[in-house]
Design a protein around this ligand. Structure first.
Ligand code: ATP
Ligand code: MG
Length: 150
């Protein structure tokens, strides 16, 4: 499967259609590189959409999502950054756990199972990739996915 501007263009278009009613701005910083990644397109795409959907679910009034990709020596990285409610530092180590949700402090009353990020991590790991999170409460969250180029 070739991962390129076209792939991300379609991903962003599909995603935008699903959030039409909301105030969501997507900043596309996808690099121009055409990279051949051996991926399961359905699952890989669903994993990325999970992160984008979270950015909307846990966003504030004016949601801004930046998607940036980089192609460096033997590695392809995808960085998805939002300006949402953020996650307290103490909750970050558990964020990829099955059924884990941040509920303390009445941070949000959005429904979910706590499975999205668990699934996303399983899928990225199954592609020999890694996913990491950085977050600042009330500022936003950034996910970084790195996959080896085969
Ligand atoms: P679902 O199974 O429907 O995806 P969920 O969204 O609650 O449910 P995850 O996607 O696994 O589950 O996310 C786990 C928890 O991490 C969320 O409940 C939320 O508290 C927190 N979280 C995830 N993404 C973000 C984000 N972009 N900004 C702030 N908090 C987030
Ligand atoms: Mg989710």
């Amino acid at each position: 499967q070739i991962i390129d501007n076209e792939y991300f263009k379609h991903l962003i278009e599909d995603f935008k259609l699903s959030v039409q009613q909301q105030d969501v701005t997507i900043i596309n910083k996808v690099c121009s590189a055409e990279v051949l990644l051996r991926i399961d397109k359905f699952h890989f795409t669903t994993a990325l959409l999970n992160i984008l959907e979270n950015a909307v679910k846990y966003g504030t009034e004016s949601i801004q999502i930046t998607i940036e990709t980089k192609h460096t020596n033997g590695e392809y990285s995808i960085v998805i950054k939002d300006n949402g409610i953020g996650i307290p530092e103490k909750n970050l180590p558990l964020i990829f756990d099955k059924f884990y949700r941040v509920t303390d402090g009445n941070l949000h009353n959005v429904k979910g199972l706590g499975l999205g990020l668990y699934y996303t991590k399983q899928i990225i790991n199954a592609h020999n990739g890694t996913i990491t999170i950085e977050s600042q409460l009330h500022k936003g969250t950034t996910f970084t996915i790195k996959t080896p180029i085969n």
